[in-house]
Design a protein around this ligand. Structure first.
Ligand code: CMP
Length: 137
């Protein structure tokens, strides 16, 4: 597996606790993609087929006044986890470098790599907490 891709993945927070073997596996099932500012990466109420992890650039989740996401953040997990539509639109604010996983690769990744499943669950719990706090402000 290309050493530079592994080196890139090692720096991503979501993959920090992964072993070398797990990183090899992640490198095999992920794609790196560059998108331009303004690209709609997820469309509210539409079916979702991809999970995105930000390497460079920023995106905004179009909820309330907008939730900003940057390097190390991920999105698109919800529609893949429960099969429901996208909860919100997510739009690239700048040109972005992303790691993208299709539905099948995402499912196999969370099945094969427990450290990643736990990290995603932790972020989901934090987002629920923040959303709940937002409702009571
Ligand atoms: P999904 O519903 O597949 O597509 C839209 C994405 O926006 C969603 O997955 C999450 O990744 C992200 N998202 C939704 N709500 C929030 C939130 N409150 N905070 C951060 N990200 C969110």
């Amino acid at each position: 597996m290309a050493k530079d891709k592994i080196a890139l993945l090692e720096k991503v927070g979501l993959f920090r606790a992964c072993s070398r073997k797990e990183l090899d596996y992640i490198a095999r099932v992920t794609d790196e993609v560059r998108v331009e500012a303004g690209r709609v990466l997820a469309a509210k109420d539409q079916p979702g087929h991809e999970f995105f992890l930000i390497l460079e650039g920023t995106a905004v989740v179009q909820i309330d006044n907008g939730i900003n996401l940057g390097p190390g953040d991920f999105f698109g997990e919800m529609a893949l986890l429960d099969g429901g539509p996208r909860l919100a639109s997510v739009v690239a604010q700048t040109d972005m470098d992303l790691i993208v996983l299709g539905h099948r690769e995402f499912s196999s990744l969370i099945g094969e790599v427990p450290t990643i499943s736990r990290a995603i669950m932790k972020v989901l719990a934090q987002r629920l907490r923040e959303a709940e706090a937002g409702h009571t402000l």
